[in-house]
Design a protein around this ligand. Structure first.
Ligand code: NDP
Ligand code: 3PY
Length: 310
C-alpha cells in the first residue's frame, strides 16, 4: 500500500511594494520590524514632519501608516501616485474629524483603516485620579475650602460612547451620582445610578462634568457655560476643543471653576489658558501606557493583514 501524505497549499500572501510609516506612530519596535513581512521595502520615521516632508515621503509608497498628529490632505494623497492603503494608528470616526482626507482617498480606491478602543482604560483612570486629587487637595490644587469626597457628588458625562460608558461604570462603583447626555439616549444603560438629562439640565445639575465626544465636537457655547455656572469642574480628554474658546475663557475667570485636561486635549489649548491657576493641564496623554502601545501596534498590523488577505 502506498503511503500518501497530505499536501497543504498556502497561497503566498500579497505584499506591498513599499510601506512608509510617515511619522511617530508609537508602534513598538517588534511590530515595526514585522512590517517587513508585508512589504518588499519599509521606511520608518519617528518625527513630526511638515507637509512638504510628508509629500516627499509618500511619493512611491503603496501603503502608509500615520498617527493622529499628521495631516494626510488631498494634496498629499495626489502626490502618492501608487498609494493603495492608509493605516491610521489612531481612531477613525468620520471624514470631518479625521486627520486623513478619508472620502477623497476612498474615491480613489485607497483603503483607509483606523483602530478603535486601544487607549480607553487610561482615560478613566486619569479622570478619576485627577478629580479625586482636586476634590481632596491631594495634589497642588484643592477645589473647595474643605477636602471633599468624590462619593455622592453629582457627576455628568457628555458623550456616552466607549470611554463615557467605562467611566460611568467605574463611578458607579465609587457611589457617585452619575448623569449623562449623549446624541442618542441609551435606556439600556440607564439605572438608579446612571440617569439621562438633556444637556442644559445636565449642566445645571452636575458639579463635575467630563467630556467624551468625537474630535472637535463643539457642544458648549456661551449659553451652555451660563447654564453650567460657577463653582464647577470641567474635564476634557477628547481630542480637539469641545467648546467655543472665548466662552470657555470667560467661564474660567470665575473663581472656583476648575478645568482638567490630559496631554492630548491640552495640545489644542493656547498658552494663555494652560497657564491659568485654575487649569490643570497634564503633559501626559491619559490613554497612553505600555498596554496601549501593545493594543495600538497589534490593531494596526491586523488591519494590514486583513487588507492583504482579502
Ligand atoms: N486622551 C486620550 O488619551 C484618549 C482620547 N480619546 C478621545 O476621547 C473621545 C471619546 O472617545 P470614545 O469614547 O472612544 O468615542 P465614541 O465614539 O465611542 O463616543 C462618543 C460619544 O459621543 C456621542 N456624540 C457624538 N456627537 C455628539 C453630539 N453632537 N452631541 C452629543 N453626543 C455626541 C456619540 O454618539 P451617540 O450618543 O449617538 O452614541 C458617542 O456616544 C474622542 O475624542 C477620542 O479621540 C479616546 C481614547 C484616548
Ligand atoms: O486615536 C485617538 O482617538 C486618540 O485619542 C489619540 O490619542
Amino acid at each position: 500500500m502506498s503511503c500518501s501524505s497530505s499536501v497543504f497549499y498556502f497561497p503566498a500572501m500579497r505584499k506591498f511594494k513599499k510601506i512608509v510609516v510617515v511619522d511617530e506612530t508609537k508602534m513598538n519596535t517588534s511590530t515595526l520590524e514585522e512590517l517587513n513581512k508585508y512589504a518588499n521595502e519599509v521606511e520608518v520615521y519617528h518625527d513630526e514632519p511638515t507637509s512638504e516632508e510628508v509629500k516627499s515621503r509618500v511619493e512611491d509608497a503603496e501603503a502608509i501608516i500615520v498617527s493622529w498628529r499628521t495631516q494626510i490632505s488631498e494634496e498629499i494623497i495626489d502626490a502618492a501616485k501608487d498609494l493603495k492603503y492608509i493605516g491610521m494608528a489612531c481612531s477613525l470616526y468620520d471624514d470631518e474629524s479625521a486627520n486623513v482626507a478619508v472620502n477623497y482617498a476612498q474615491e480613489r480606491n485607497i483603503e483607509v483603516n483606523g483602530i478603535f478602543d486601544y487607549g480607553d482604560p487610561g482615560v478613566i483612570e486619569f479622570v478619576i485620579s485627577e478629580v479625586i486629587q482636586l476634590l481632596h487637595g491631594f495634589g497642588e490644587h484643592q477645589w473647595q475650602e474643605q477636602p471633599l469626597e468624590l462619593s455622592g457628588q453629582k457627576f455628568g458625562i457628555i458623550g456616552l460612547g466607549t470611554t463615557g460608558k467605562l467611566l460611568a461604570k467605574a463611578l458607579e462603583a465609587l457611589n457617585v451620582e452619575v448623569y449623562y447626555f449623549s446624541r442618542t439616549r441609551k435606556p439600556e444603560f440607564e439605572n438608579a445610578k446612571l440617569k439621562y438629562l438633556e444637556l442644559g439640565e445636565l449642566l445645571k445639575t452636575c458639579d463635575i462634568i467630563s467630556i467624551h465626544l468625537p474630535k472637535n465636537t463643539v457642544l458648549l457655547k456661551e449659553n451652555e457655560f451660563k447654564q453650567f455656572g460657577d463653582n464647577k469642574v470641567l474635564i476634557n480628554t477628547s481630542l480637539g476643543l469641545p467648546f467655543e474658546e472665548k466662552s470657555f475663557q470667560n467661564w474660567l475667570k470665575v473663581r472656583n471653576n476648575y478645568t482638567i485636561f490630559d496631554g492630548d486635549a491640552t495640545a489644542y489649548l493656547p498658552e494663555s489658558i494652560i497657564n491659568r491657576e485654575n487649569v490643570i493641564a497634564s503633559q501626559k496623554s491619559a490613554g497612553w501606557s505600555q498596554q496601549t502601545q501593545e493594543r495600538l501596534s497589534f490593531k494596526v498590523l491586523q488591519n494590514i493583514q486583513n487588507f492583504l488577505e482579502r
